[in-house]
Design a protein around this ligand. Sequence first.
Ligand code: MG
Length: 386
Amino acid sequence: MSNRPQLAPYASRPEQSRGRRYPEEVPRFRSEYQRDRDRIVHCSAFRRLEYKTQVFVNHEGDMFRTRLTHSIEVAQIGRTMSRILGLNEDLVEAIALAHDLGHTPFGHAGQDVLNECMQHFGGFEHNLQSLRVVDELEEKYANFPGLNLTFETREGILKHCQRDKAKALGELGQRFLANTQPGLEAQLANLADEIAYNHHDIDDGLRAGLITVEQLLDVALFRAQYDEVQRLYPDISGRRLVHEITRRMIDVQVTNLVTTTQANIERESPASADEVRALGCSLVSYGDQVTAYNLELKRFLRHNLYRHYRVMRMTGKAGRVIRDLFGVFLETPSLMPPEQLQAARLLEAQQGESGRARAVADYIAGMTDRFAILEHGRLFDPAALT
Ligand code: MG
């Protein structure tokens, strides 16, 4: 059997791309989406994902997922499903690797506080920031700002968007106003993200001792796989037990998502990626049973892991670091390094105080966990070296 992926009629085709913001020659040896993927891998925001975390702070231990390993897991799960469904793997991979580029240090805690800080200046949303990174902030090419990615990759990066913000995004924002869908690769990458974090958060949470296997037995999806693994390997325990369970849980989700999506595609039979976009509902979805499993799992993680007192302590500290940095830089932009100061002056000249605040938010959002902590020390700890 050939292992070469065949593109289905409803897959995104690079030769039919809606193109880049700044026209470029067609790449000689790669497809347009391979080029997008490669530009993402070579950008500076991508490297910094290694030192940013979602639930844990980067210095808490070397064993936990970082945003970089998370993004690679999303790409892996997404590519597997993409190949079975006949979608464009290169595009799924590009979206998966870029989807978290705009995340602040300290995960969701960081984003929530930065959003609060920015509430009078247009707000802060990590999803929009990922787009801003690839459209504006990366400085790599002589002819254009950002990475000049294709419409389809940018469409996938922008998972959600409020209507007022969508209006400013032209063609890219259109679907949020018209309530239509992105291409299937974007839909798929979005759910691959969820499959990845639900399961690695279980793994990391157990490793950190914040949750236990006994607690997880109340979660139906976990319990079913636990029973199966115990039946097959009655003596298994520890890390092997956990991994045998989580890998089966991922398999249940992937299998269900693929078969449900195949049935949805058959029902709607879209003849092209644009026909997928015109539909009022997402074709990539789970069946009812797995949707219910997922809700239960997410509820468990929210109550027992994300709101664990040790996580909340870290969240509180992270919030204070972000708030302090934002306040001091907004008041005195000249305390930022020259490049960021220049950006602040430029944006302030164009948009007033909101522009200055945006430059401060860009600087803070781009920081890694450890850099934010260091920078905070340099500004607030009298004994620290500046
Ligand atoms: Mg993610």
